[in-house]
Design a protein around this ligand. Sequence first.
Ligand code: FES
Length: 119
Amino acid sequence: MTTWNLQGTVSHLLICNGSSCRKHKGEEVADAIEDEIEKQGAERQIHTTVTRCNGRCSDACVVISYPEGVWYKEITPKSAKALVRKVLEGERLEDNVLYTYDGGLIAATEKDAKGKKKK
Ligand code: FES
């Protein structure tokens, strides 16, 4: 068990490791993010959590960035490293944006808006 002092954290990355994302290198994506955070010396700025399925399996591997509320799709180990660098620059990894947040999630494209309706 660990209890981190998270004061000073500026970004929390939720890295999906549900079964679909794991089939799309979810574990390697998590490792790449951790490696890049360490390489950038950003352990205090970026906190990570590996999650179960986030409900967008067709977009695997999914990574969600808070507090900005941006969901990223099709993250690979390579783009995961770029994502860390973008987060530290206060920018988005635009090519992989799935949803943005503005009082509710907004799909980046028409394709991204597709999926089963929730009850
Ligand atoms: S397993 Fe990652 S979104 Fe479903």
